[in-house]
Design a protein around this ligand. Structure first.
Ligand code: COA
Length: 262
């Protein structure tokens, strides 16, 4: 059985940090130690200037993450339940607000907390055959790691209500059709596709990516006029960066820009 230190594997290569949820004997179910380990690795990735993009995936070929650990759920009191939900939400929000794009590479079941983890990522690539769902109501609980909030914002109220109330998982093709995942690829191409998407993002201005993510995420929760104000402010901020000078100069010089993230 895994211990806390290896529940999430961390691998950094060429600007891409890969975080692998590693509890394959339990289909990578998220117990508290795994969530804490994820939080620590995210802190590390967020603070490391060498990391431009984060990929999150699951160990093995069967599951991304099959949910929160049901054994732990079964034993918790209401007070513990609320506090664990908050702790998980904080870690997932750290991922969403890392200031660097993240890509969920969904290699099989993404259920409950697994789908909620994928929802906190910036983008999602799914393997053909992956199954995604929020089955919690079947256990007489509701999603507690952001699912009731992020799913509707991504796919709309109707689909979110359907998926959460029925608890029935959908396949990768349907997830793509409703905008829940950005791409569906053959299972053996999953990581290379996620890495190729990561390389595309690494070629863009990092401050611009951060500002674009902030404008989109904050803008969705504000009235249009306020969102447009935020956009104008962040646009102005990107105009003050060295990277903006480099990007525009490189275009005029007909060469590839080299960005420094400042
Ligand atoms: N929490 C704890 N353990 C889990 C788990 C979870 N969310 N999901 C799977 N596991 C464990 C199983 O108990 C089993 O452990 P065991 O070998 O010690 O008995 C192991 O992982 C393999 O799972 P198993 O159910 O045997 O695989 P399967 O291929 O028959 O079914 C699933 C796969 C994903 C359909 C099934 O495991 C499942 O329904 N999991 C729960 C999904 C869920 O409700 N998640 C939301 C939780 S809030």
């Amino acid at each position: 059985m895994s211990n806390s230190s290896d529940r999430v594997l961390y691998d950094l290569k060429d600007g891409v940090a890969r975080l692998t949820i590693h509890r394959p004997e339990k289909l990578n179910a998220l117990d508290r130690e795994t969530v804490q380990a994820l939080g620590r690795h995210l802190e590390r990735a967020g603070g490391d200037a060498a990391v431009g993009v984060v990929i999150v995936t699951g160990a093995g070929d069967k599951a991304f993450v099959a949910g929160a650990d049901i054994g732990e759920l079964a034993a918790q009191t209401p007070v513990e339940g609320a506090s664990y939900a908050r702790a998980g939400q904080e870690v997932f929000t750290r991922l969403e607000r890392l200031g660097k794009p993240s890509i969920a590479a969904i290699n099989g079941y993404a259920l409950g907390g697994g789908l909620e983890l994928a929802l906190a990522c910036t983008l999602r690539v799914a393997a053909e055959g992956a199954r995604l769902g929020l089955p919690e109501t079947g256990l007489a609980i509701i999603p507690g790691y952001g699912g009731t909030q992020r799913l509707g914002r991504l796919v709309g109220r109707g689909k979110a209500l359907e998926m959460i109330l029925t608890g029935e998982p959908i396949d990768a093709t349907e997830a793509h059709r409703i905008g829940l995942v950005n791409r569906v690829v053959p299972a053996h191409d999953l990581l290379s596709s996620a890495e190729s998407l990561a390389r595309t993002l690494l070629g863009r201005g990092p401050v611009a990516l951060r500002c674009a993510m902030q404008a989109i995420l904050d803008g969705l929760d504000t009235p249009l006029q306020q969102g447009l104000g935020l956009e104008a402010t962040l646009f102005g901020l990107t105009c003050a960066t060295e990277d903006m000078r480099e990007g525009t100069r490189a275009f005029l010089d007909k060469r590839k820009p080299v960005y420094k993230g400042r």
